[in-house]
Design a protein around this ligand. Sequence first.
Ligand SMILES: Cc1cc2nc3c(=O)[nH]c(=O)nc-3n(C[C@H](O)[C@H](O)[C@H](O)COP(=O)(O)OP(=O)(O)OC[C@H]3O[C@@H](n4cnc5c(N)ncnc54)[C@H](O)[C@@H]3O)c2cc1C
Length: 423
Amino acid sequence: MRVIVAGAGIGGLALALSLHEAGIEAVVCEQAASIRELGVGINLLPHSVRELDALDLLPALEAAAIATEALIYHSKRGQRIWAEPRGRAAGYGWPQLSIHRGRLQAILRDAVAARLGAEAVRCGLQLVEATQDARGVTAHLVRRDADGAHVELRGDVLVGADGIHSTVRRQLVPGEGPPRWSGMMMWRGVVEAAPFLGGRTMIMAGHIDQKAVVYPISEEVRRRGRSLINWVMEIRLGDGSTPPPRREDWSRTGRHTDVLRHFADWRFDWLDIPALIAATPEFYEYPMVDRDPLPRWSWGRITLLGDAAHPMYPIGSNGASQAILDGRALARCLVEHADPVRALRFYEAERLPPTTQVVLANRLMGPELVMQLVEERAPGGFSDLAAVISEDELRRYADRYKRLAGFAVDELRRPAPAAAGVY
Ligand SMILES: Cc1cc2nc3c(=O)[nH]c(=O)nc-3n(C[C@H](O)[C@H](O)[C@H](O)COP(=O)(O)OP(=O)(O)OC[C@H]3O[C@@H](n4cnc5c(N)ncnc54)[C@H](O)[C@@H]3O)c2cc1C
């Protein structure tokens, strides 16, 4: 069995490792000329870390990432609303890892090269079309160099792991159009600074129209007594009925004035947000976009995975984690069902319903809804939080999202099944 994977992002590379573990050949085609360490911070929740541990990647990840120990929600004035332990501190068998996306991608890329061979990831090859017949699939690719040669690869299955602007999805679901904008603009940056709240804490502050998310992402920098801090500032610029002012592009840089004017007075006694923004020389602007969930992902021998299948708002820290879970499930289904068409149907049946729920829950702010409730009930701040929202209500929202997104603590104390389905 040979699987062709379009896209060497987090989802495509993790899939290649899962396929290899299951004894299935994988070839990954990536349009970029090389895999450079792009992006800012990203989170891996315990359910995906468990899967990466089963792939023997935990030591490399733990050496690079921050094992996040706490998540704290605040009001726009920096008043604490809800604090919960995270990862091992919360009783999970695995940590929550906050890491630079580029670093994560490099760890996966190096593992693929070491295990599958240097030829397994073919950079500079853009998939333009996928076709299939009764015996297999053909990937039609264009070499992204001066000669622009057409290349064809044959395989048994083709997986579109080609991100939010997926070519495979566009071919399978013609006429879908661009991603949907929520109306929120996000600015994301990384800067070295003094640690805050112990150096392993992720914070959010604000409400549905204005929010800050800040967390450290480097264990190497932490060991030097500093923090490599990832920040995301979000502001509502639209009501969700229009396209974003500029098409989403992960490498579009932002302007300090656009962000700072909204957050100028967000100086809390535990973190100075405007100082953090001002100290970041270069950062990125990206609209918060997703797509409507699809009723299906698999057409015969072709299927979708990760952002190509279920792009979601970056709420609840689930994008990369769900892509990794997809890959593990797909490899397992291909082992369990000799017929690839049947295997892809089982994969879709296992992964489409839960990821659809996450996409929809994230549109309603996911677990962060409690910040909006506090903003509505006490816009001027509070002296007694319990009079605004009860401990029970806070816990209910937090627990509900964890269960829905598949990382309830009681489900994550034992090892992941191997791709072959054996403990
Ligand atoms: C450059 C970049 C930076 C990002 N930065 C962040 C970030 O800072 N924070 C965050 O939360 N998320 C970021 N993301 C998104 C995040 O990686 C995903 O939401 C999540 O990890 C799911 O990964 P994925 O593999 O499904 O998609 P992606 O990570 O988007 O990977 C898709 C891959 O497919 C490749 N590709 C696309 N079309 C084709 C084609 N036709 N043929 C071959 N290859 C193709 C792309 O170049 C890319 O490498 C970024 C994505 C990219 C591409």
